[in-house]
Design a protein around this ligand. Structure first.
Ligand SMILES: [Fe+2]
Ligand SMILES: [Fe+2]
Length: 295
């Protein structure tokens, strides 16, 4: 199946690119190894990137009392993790901006941001070391769908029509229509964009967290957040409730096993505790959406 995913990329000449400097900045921020000065210099070597960082730090999303005009101050104010997430999300959104899709892109982003926001909350509850990373990976987990939707638009549209209001899911239908899935295609795209290995692993295995090799706990977090959003019908553009082979039980046992905080409840109860955050999550999702699409 992976071969089929790679074949899809072969003849595409207008694939959105992420500037090499952006991948480099993200990798450095991810490793927490560099000094703010070094990262600021790297960001400043790309004027579009520098302008985005300053614009976002002053947006309602991160409201500050005084205007921040330097990249270094933005880094210190937001912290490395938030800057990393914001950069990658904005390039991801912009990369596919205006590229037509057979599904509602706004709902797609709402689903992505909801999975991000829920992932962050699950991460905090299991004391995962980098809750912001969980949010970011949650946002980008389904990138393969955007690729298939745009570059195989007619067929993807036909596929969606066929499975609408059936128990068939995109994952299963993609396999039949394309001989590959959004997970494999997403992996190809993430590798092309030089995403860190752990991001690639989650994108590729978010429907089968037991296959994750880089960070199984992170993959389980994203997988359960995805399940939560689908089963609660949050921004579910494809009218689907679950994914065959998507085993939330597997993700759940990985989560319980690797959690840094004791979990006494069952899966249903654990997820239902997220319900009280629902309003806060939808406000946050609106804010991220408005900020990121305005860049
Ligand atoms: Fe997915
Ligand atoms: Fe998803």
């Amino acid at each position: 199946m992976m071969l089929n995913a790679r074949k899809l990329f072969k003849d595409i000449s207008d694939l959105p690119t992420i500037p090499a400097v952006v991948s480099k900045v993200v990798a450095q921020l991810d490793r927490h190894e560099s000094e703010p000065d070094q990262i600021a210099d790297l960001i400043l070597s790309d004027q579009v990137l520098a302008a985005r960082v300053v614009r976002v730090v002053n947006s309602p999303l991160y409201r500050t009392s005084t205007e921040i005009t330097s990249v270094k101050r933005a880094l210190l104010h937001l912290g490395f993790n938030k800057v990393r997430d914001m950069i990658l999300t904005s390039y991801f959104i912009n990369g596919f901006e205006g590229k037509s899709q057979p599904f509602d892109m706004k709902l797609f982003w709402m689903h992505s941001f909801s999975v991000g926001a829920i992932s962050r909350r699950i991460a905090a509850r299991v004391r995962y070391a980098d809750a912001e990373k969980a949010c970011l990976v949650g946002i980008i987990h389904d990138i393969g769908k955007v690729f298939l939707g745009h570059y195989c638009k007619d067929e993807y549209g036909r596929m969606l029509k066929e499975i609408e209001n059936t128990s068939y899911t995109t994952y299963e239908a993609e396999r039949e229509f394309f001989g590959t899935t959004h997970c494999e295609v997403g992996l190809c795209l993430a590798q092309r964009w030089n995403f860190p290995a752990v991001y690639c692993d989650v994108i590729s295995n978010h429907h089968f967290s037991e296959r994750a090799t880089e960070d199984p706990l992170l993959t389980a977090i994203i997988s359960l957040a995805d399940f939560y959003c689908l089963s609660h019908n949050i921004a579910n553009s494809l009218a689907q409730a679950a994914v065959p082979g998507f085993s939330e039980e597997n993700s759940w046992s990985i989560l319980k096993q690797l959690s840094k905080a004791p979990i006494a409840s069952g899966l249903e109860h654990f997820l239902s505790e997220l319900d009280s955050d629902y309003e806060e999550v939808s406000r946050e999702v609106d804010l991220i959406f408005n900020t990121m699409t305005a860049l």
